[in-house]
Design a protein around this ligand. Sequence first.
Ligand code: PMV
Length: 316
Amino acid sequence: MPLSITATAPGKVILFGEHAVVYGQPAIAIPVSQVRARATVVAGRQPGVRLFAPDLGVSKLLREEDRDDALATAVYLVKAATHLPNLPDMIITVGSDIPIASGLGSGAAIAAAAIRAVAQFIGFGHLLSNEWVSTLTYEVEKIHHGTPSGIDNTVVTYEQPVYFVRQQPHNRIETFAVAQPLTLLVADTGVRSATKRVVGDVRQQWEADPATFDALFAACGRIALAARQALEAGDAGRLGVLMQENQAVLEKMTVSSAELERLVAAALAAGALGAKLSGAGRGGNMIALVREGEETAVSQALYAAGAQNVLTTVLR
Ligand code: PMV
């Protein structure tokens, strides 16, 4: 057995199509490679599989019957897939610099990193296709998210942009490549917002006025489709314009907020090509697309406008 195996996975943000994706329109999510979750596995000196998460002050045994524990589930899904009667004694140490509970996919990234590290540690590295890791990570995501869309597990395992359409019987999930590296800033308003609540509120508005909201969702869908083409063509200017258009539609859906709009305006004034909220809205994160070399100026402007945290990520 190897002495130690470490695996990592990135965070994610939704670039286009939030909310409308719930109603069957396409959305695009991208990896945020500069923040990562990591898992390291070493042999244990005591029986069992021990989880150590120093950032959270957690040290505990992961037991196969702990079905509502994400990491226990991740580990025993690997065991089930390998058909091993028992797992060797081991210690899994996890850590992450992906902000938690802010739509950046930290749960999926930790699960994906743990699945990769454990599978490799026990000698089943050959199983580790992206598809395999993504499928297992999806199963782990179900514990806390019920019926997750499948975006997070796909983006964090493939570490590529994903074009996603929620549909029956199977969601359409396509990874694709960007033609040119793109620099994005991800700024946190510091305002926590409950995704479930905002999604529910949009649903109420849609039920009250389906014609208006169906038209807004369809507009988001057209924007996401055009954005995929712009990403594949490396057309940053066009993407910036599309971000503005999507932000305007999201404002009409009432999911923006004063804090988000202050950050969007500050980014644009500092030279960003485009900026919009990302995820559920009414708080959480916004994203800004910047030209190479302009990230410092835009980042400073975002902090000055109230951002609590700004991440820079280059999408390649
Ligand atoms: O902030 P996040 O990454 O959890 O995104 C929420 C995205 C929504 O479209 C608003 C909801 C969903 O389930 O897709």
